[in-house]
Ligand binder design. Structure first.
Ligand code: CTP
Ligand code: CA
Length: 223
């Protein structure tokens, strides 16, 4: 196999990746979610494995198959993702949060199916926990990477997230660009590290983008 002859710079390293959307329950038959397909997270997991890492993929509900050699933890809500990630954080070397986590969830989850009424429905939403921010506040040896989904002021907003969440790197996704991101098999991103590395990764398959990203993270970790 070609893989075995390739360099494995992450051999012996533990890498945790999150991918996909979260689903926030409204009632037994309804939820809030977003357009994330999970493809970027799965591509990152594949490449981490290719580079020799022990890979854990915490995934929201997606229509994708993982290959063997990746530990898949399936979650639904942001709260479940929070639990899955924080309980596994301590022994990780690299954590990459590519999941599209809901920022809000219904304040009250109805045990029964909501019945329609005359007139509009008002749902009260509350903030979910910011998983990445929590990790930034509690990180020790971990190299912590966030994704930023932006439609404007990409680099400025991305840099703000890098600083505010105490990250080592941020991968900025232009989610306003209809040709890439979310459902696509391809992506085009800009990456910035805390140490000042910065790079445009041109349009390519998500696996190729993931390879480029790991190259930067590994270089950045080496200092
Ligand atoms: N994130 C998270 N938990 C949340 C919300 C976001 O862990 N409750 C993570 C995402 O996985 C991503 C990063 O934070 O790695 C940035 O997500 P993004 O939606 O771009 O930014 P937010 O901080 O949520 O800010 P906003 O949506 O207002 O731009
Ligand atoms: Ca958000």
């Amino acid at each position: 196999e070609r893989n075995e002859t390739r360099a494995q710079p992450l051999k012996g390293k533990n890498v945790l990746i999150t991918g996909g959307p979260t689903q926030e329950t409204i009632d037994p038959v309804r939820f809030f979610t977003n357009h994330s397909s999970g493809k970027m997270g799965y591509a990152l997991a594949e490449v981490a494995k290719e580079l020799g890492a022990n890979v854990t993929l915490v995934s929201g509900p997606v229509q994708l198959d993982t290959t063997s050699g990746i530990e898949l933890i399936e979650v639904t809500t942001s709260e479940e993702m929070f639990e899955a990630v924080t309980t596994r954080f301590q022994n990780q070397d690299i954590v990459i949060k590519s999941a599209a986590v809901a920022d809000y969830r219904p304040k009250h989850v109805s045990k029964q199916k909501l019945k329609k009424q005359d007139g509009p429905l008002v749902l009260e939403l509350e903030r979910t926990k910011d998983i990445l921010k929590y990790l930034g506040e509690h990180k020790e040896q971990q190299y912590l990477v966030g994704f930023a989904a932006e439609t404007e002021n990409l680099k400025e907003y991305g840099k703000q997230k890098l600083n505010k969440k105490n990250l080592d790197a941020i991968v900025i996704n232009d989610v306003g660009n209809k040709n890439i991101g979310f459902k696509s098999d391809q992506n085009e991103v800009h990456v910035m590290t805390k140490n000042g590395l910065e790079k445009d990764i041109p349009l390519d398959s998500k696996v190729e983008v993931a390879r480029n990203l790991f190259e930067i993270f590994i270089k950045d970790m080496a200092g």
